[in-house]
Design a protein around this ligand. Structure first.
Ligand SMILES: [Zn+2]
Length: 318
């Protein structure tokens, strides 16, 4: 499967190769400048190369030591030469972006942090490109705007659950979050704060609207193959925003949503689902199959100060 993760990893590998090549190429060019500028530079270089070759072949300890000393002396001679010409001693050395891995992206069998960072940045970019939304932080989620003490304590509880979900994110995971409440009460903010934290833990997170997800899945089922459908199914964390806002035929929405949610549940991959639909509307639109699966997630209700909506919430407390 050409998933987002494998695509972005391959992309990052290419970026690393290009970085390393650029650093080595620039170093080679600087070395050529030195060769042109300083007549004895090439001689010393060749001298070091020949000593090093001899040292590689040497087996006798006394000879080895002698050759090592000779190489060190020649290196110092080159450094002195550069100082004489007012050139920094490391002028011709490669300048890697990451000195830990010399832009190879690996340290032994492990990926270097610079590589992980690169992949994460592309993931974050991908999310922002798809959703045109900035990643958020938990720290900017304020509870002060909830004047009513009961609502404030509900929201404090929601915030705590979301933080814990982000802090303890792991795979496989048979959980998930189901956030319900009207628009503008912080569901998106908290979802994006979780996305931010989980991306920082080096997981692939996709945030997208239900309408885009349903379209991609329907295309992959009924029409041309759309790789996005695979990405939605296999991302480490999928955040489905605004379930119920899509306009497609309910029968198709139900089929597509079931496909994604069921696949992810069976694969131990969590979802965060946001909706402003009431439970009754959810059943009508998506049917038992989808709703019973959504109800396996931790359910959080978001409440606000809108009187009309407060009445609505009371009717459908579940
Ligand atoms: Zn590195």
């Amino acid at each position: 499967m050409n998933t987002l993760k494998s695509r972005l990893t391959a992309q990052a590998e290419n970026t690393m190769r290009a970085r390393r090549f650029a650093a080595l190429d620039a170093a080679a060019k600087r070395k050529n400048q030195l060769r042109n500028k300083i007549p004895t530079y090439v001689e010393l270089e060749m001298h070091i190369a020949s000593l090093s070759a001899k040292r590689l072949k040497a087996t006798d300890p006394a000879t080895l030591e002698q050759l090592t000393n000779a190489v060190n002396t020649a290196v110092r001679d080159i450094e002195n030469l550069l100082v004489k010409y007012n050139v920094p001693v490391n002028y011709a050395m490669p300048r890697f972006e990451c000195n830990r891995c010399s832009d190879m992206g690996v340290l032994g069998a492990e990926r270097c942090d610079c590589f992980r960072k690169l992949v994460n940045n592309s993931v974050a970019q991908e999310i922002n490109r798809n959703s045109s939304i900035e990643l958020k932080s938990f720290n900017t989620f304020t509870l002060n705007k909830y004047r009513d003490e009961r609502k404030r304590s509900i929201m404090a509880g929601n915030l705590r659950v979301c933080r814990e979900f982000a802090d303890n994110f792991h795979l496989p995971c048979d959980g998930g979050l189901f956030l319900r409440g009207r628009t503008g009460l912080g569901k998106t903010h908290l979802s994006l704060a979780i996305a931010n934290e989980v991306i920082n833990q080096n997981y692939v997170v996709i945030y997208d609207s239900a309408i885009n997800i349903i379209d991609a899945v329907l295309q992959s089922v009924y029409g041309s193959h759309d790789n996005n459908a695979d990405n939605y199914k296999t991302a480490d964390l999928l955040i489905i925003d605004d379930l119920g806002r899509e306009y497609s035929n309910p029968q198709y929405s139900e089929k597509a949503m079931f496909e994604v949610i069921n696949y992810r549940l069976n694969s131990g991959l969590p979802c965060i689902v946001n909706t402003n639909l009431r439970p009754k509307e959810l059943y009508e639109r998506y049917g038992e199959g989808v709703v019973s699966r959504l109800y396996l997630y931790t359910r959080l209700t978001f409440e606000g100060d809108d009187v009309r909506m407060q009445e609505g919430e009371r009717q459908d407390e579940d």
